[in-house]
Write a protein that binds this ligand. Sequence first.
Ligand code: G1P
Length: 290
Amino acid sequence: MKVRKAVIPVAGLGTRFLPATKAIPKEMLTIVDRPTIQYIVEEVVSSGVEQIIFITSEGKSAIENHFDYNFHLDSVLKEKNKTALGKELDEISNLIDIVSVRQKKPLGLGHAIWTARHVIGNEPFMVCLGDDLVLSDIPCAKQMLDLFHDVGESIVAVKRVPQDQTYQYGIVEGEANGRERTFKVSRMVEKPAPGTTDSDLAIIGRYILMPEIFDILSTTTPGHGGEIQLTDALLALSKAREMYAYEFRGIRYDAGDKFGYLQAILAYGIRHPELGEDLIAHIQEIAETL
Ligand code: G1P
């Protein structure tokens, strides 16, 4: 069973980032020299996935345009002999096969994933959330696909978080199962009220899901925040078949949050081949003045 497709929901309004996201999708906010969504797409591509399905909504066409070929821009760059830049843009438009599906109503993450059912069909698939950037030696998506190769069942990526932050995440309860950094899921709850779970394993936006999730999603009723929650459908799926949680290697940045976004800019900036050295020197310089 090969995982060939990845669903990336990009329909959200980006209210946490207003006013920056009033007229541009939050996924197009820049981290150093590329939009956040490009990091996710590159992670998926370098993990061997063959097709991406964007779940979009009104006002998100900039994302599709970013990964498309722009004839006018290409001609202008050629005219001006900016061949290296033209080549870079060409590479972005040839990264991977992309399909877009509209989520017609903002009914929640579970509903967004369900919207992809006809494009996915009856095969396991990956889900990557655009807010979660993971810096790691081996792409997070690849780490999950390697585990999937062994277990052949659904996997959710998790990271340990302080107990006083568990209410911000989907939380997984489970038993270590002998494989490194892997847990067999026994229960999951979306944004638990403080004190209602002992687990500190928080879901981070990378999932590999068996296609049975679609039938479950079609009958999942609204949960936390009045939205159709993917976590609620995952809990039902974990009762029907085995499900694993995987504590990935890498640092996760919440690019959908103002402070997380700033942290991501610094983290990716200091690793940038052309800008890193100067940025580090600048950070040291300003740190002394603080
Ligand atoms: C979503 C999921 C949640 C997960 C989180 C990770 O929540 O519903 O289970 O922990 O992403 O980023 P959101 O942050 O979209 O509210």
